[in-house]
Ligand binder design. Sequence first.
Ligand code: DSN
Length: 416
Amino acid sequence: MAFEQSLDQIDPATSEAIDHERERQESTLGMIASENHVSKAVLEAQGSVLTNKYAEGYPDNRYYGGCQYVDTPEELAIERAKALFGADHVNVQPHSGTQANMGVYFSVLEPGDKILSLSLSHGGHLSHGHDVNFSGQLYDVQQYEVDPETGYIDYDALHEQAEEFDPALVVSGSSAYPREFEYEQIGEIADAVGAYHLADIAHVTGLIAAGVHASPMDHAEFVTGSTHKTIRAGRGGMILCDEEYADDVDSAVFPGAQGGPLMHNVAGKAAGFAEAQTSEFESYAEQMVTNAKTLADVFTDRGLSLVSGGTDKHLLLVDLRESHPDITGKEAETLLSDVGIIVNKNTVPGETRSPMVTSGIRVGTPALTTRGLEEAEIETVGELIADVLDNPDDGDVHDRVASTVDQICDNFPVYE
Ligand code: DSN
């Protein structure tokens, strides 16, 4: 009976693709800043029979029968997130960070309301009001930028802009800004203009959970995040907020923006949050940042230019225009991918190339740190990256780099 058959019997092509992807993850150095390797426990939860269950509603208040067991992981995910982030109320049902932002917008904004957020090419995110995203189409969005000289957000300039624009919501948070956000200052700016403050901590959930970065909870009415990046839990998003917004947020997520929650992912969030409560996770989060700072030092020594001159977190944004004007971000991504180092091309502040070409690369340490790489190995990886960029046409260099990448991957397996 087909129902009893394994994936490779039913669908060999898909089965093979999964095997290849597992092998690709083992045999390359994943340095995409938003990616990580989840534990076997999180994989088990996400691959469980919870995928079969519909559970519209919230614990103890569902629209369908048979929800007595799915309530447990959702309640645990909520309680653990409350403890990790110091939140009054948590919703763990958003399918992604973007869905979490949608939930906040739908809870307190009307179409046409004003949002002030960081520009995508200066490190922001599509769901913060880019015109190709629902957020830019539904709301009246103005964006702030980093200071062109320093690469840091200029909070005085942001305050002036907020006074002039008079937004209903100010968004802090980013996908490619290498510095810690000053949540307190942004909260004060939002208060001064009568706006809500949404802190989107998607990239730094793990750093905040571990206490490596300060929590925005006291300075923002809403905090959103994705749950599979630095925090390494089940894939998806979450919203944290004060109790007074709890009902509005919950209704905005379901039934406002979503239907049935993905209970297997909610269970993955519960499992990952349990891991994030351990001292081992604190060490992991500290090491992610140490590794990124180590990488920044190597890159700087090798003449690469970093937006803002370095990093406070798990990622670096390399601006290639000065050191390698003839290599685009797209070409750098391909050159590195060919030797087994996986990064993504990224726009940089003042970008003149298209987002599909770009002048920069974003490089992150979450996945390598999960594999166990520390400063010594990260220094090697940094030198390998610089070697490839400095010798884009030298096959001997590329062969040497690829062989060292193989050795590192063999020495630091993900699951085996
Ligand atoms: N795609 C994610 C990133 O790479 O930062 C954000 O959603």
